[in-house]
Ligand binder design. Sequence first.
Ligand code: ADP
Ligand code: MG
Length: 611
Amino acid sequence: MTPAQTTADLAAGAPPRARPSLRRAAPALLAAVVLLLPLLPVPEFWITQLDYIGLYSIAVLGVVLLTGVGGLTSFGQAAFVGLGAYTTALLSTQFALSPWLALLASLAVAGGVALLLAAITLRMSGHYLPLATICWGLALFFLMGNVDGLGKFDGIVGIPALGFFGLELRDNRSLFWLIWGLALVAAFAVLRLLDSRAGRAIRALRSGSTMPEAMGIATFRYKTAIFVIAALLAALSGWLFAHFQRTVNPSPFGMHMGIEYLFMAVLGGAGQVWGAFAGAAAVKLLEDRLQAWLPQLLGSAGSYEVIVFGVLLIAMLRFAPKGIWHWVERRWPAPQRRRDWADAAPLPARARPAAAAADGAPLLVARNLRKQFGGLVAVKDVSFSIGHGEIVGLIGPNGAGKSTTFNLLTGVLPASAGEVSFAGRRIERTPSRQIAALGIARSFQHVKMIPEMTVLENVALGAHLRGSAGILRALLGLDRADERRLLREAERQLLRIGMGHLMHEQAGNLALGPQRLMEIARALCLDPALLLLDEPAAGLRHQEKLALVEVLRQLRGEGMSLLLVEHDMDFVMGLTDRIVVMEFGTKLIEGSPEEVRNSPAVRAAYLGTEH
Ligand code: ADP
Ligand code: MG
């Protein structure tokens, strides 16, 4: 830790602005290629192939967001593509509606169905969700195939071509512009989204809900949002598909396509926006080649390519699980993010509970707190309190119930019995997200972070509640002022904890000690009134411990209250004002560090197990 490190040092020490790399010029290059390509003498065959790749990419982009980034595995993307395609097919043929108005209807139908399905299925965990996506995928497929009004398995023909200011987009060349224009807009919008407050929340979903919720992130809302966005992208692809083919039937929206979209996302590099394009291109081109070669090779027609794909997928999952785009990224890494937040306005401090409450009550009071796991009583009627600006230590041998107590105080686990009040409010039934909003932040005994995100982004998760920009603002790029303030706060907390130099590092590359410090910085971004640290010094070197003690003292000086679980007795004794000792789920004693040090009962409890 280098306590003297400041924002000015960082700015001074920053490398000279990187030369505009090829990556930075990529958007302009891509746009130029899309504009020029149809004007060049590219054979019709390849234009058509590219049209299909663009169509698939838009749908796969949804899978990347939902499954690759958000961790919600869905086999149902093809069904949403079908919803979009059938809605516009029906409205533009039967009701002669303009395809552009039908687009709105396609999006509304897919979005509405997604919202409904999300409400029913997104609370399912493990393999239940993928199974549910298979069920509705099959259901929608057979619905399309069996309803008279939808032409059963023959589908709907005679879908009008798209018109654009009097220009008919009949041929594959003019549709290329529309398809790829929309695909690129969608890709850049999703990239924007992922690099935002909402995007960090979405990227945190994969890690489970405990940590994000403890940072005040409404995980169910973000899951629903990416589910709906994925469905909207699918519907957009389906709408284009219908007016491209000018006919729809159920077969391109069946389960095999649902699997194929997922395959494209995984092959391209699940979780990578450009992976959607790489995966769609690889699958489409390979499929075509295989369809041409395999019958020649095997001497008979048949869908042999499906078998080859199956084998390929297994080989890929085994040998290159991160996909094509990961390979590209390694050779052509994204540029480090520019530090554009230095002059952002600081976030306002959050209102602290009045330090001297009228009745002189402590900040937090736990009464007869109890937690039972089946037959095991992990926390047995424990009572204690934490005063304003006080550092309380919670110690005891392994398995004493300290971490469980943390989970009860922060709403991560529901208490079996007992009361907790914080700043005069009862919180023993309050969900952890709301407890975070009230001003309690915590770290975890087993570090909970997003390894693929940078240290700065991980820490910024803690500032989630102090920002306001949502998904729409991020998609439109209107969140930048809000975003800069959050990143500035994240940097400030990292500097305070002595980790400024590591902010652009991937969190997963850090050693355990710095990972713990990163969690503390993240908790501090919440601007809490009470900070709960579960074994913060474990894995820290001596110097790092001393520096941490200094920071924690400083926090107390600013009026923050702290509850610490820690095994390092020097650390605890030197820092805390009061210590609660637990053993086998019960409170053994409570007292000053001196009293605890001299207690025979504590010595007996620790004998043979600790220091
Ligand atoms: P400490 O943090 O003091 O080492 P814990 O609070 O982690 O102890 O654990 C207390 C006891 O509760 C242990 O016996 C542990 O095995 C048990 N325990 C903790 N969490 C769970 C859980 N989710 N389910 C069942 N038992 C648990
Ligand atoms: Mg523990």
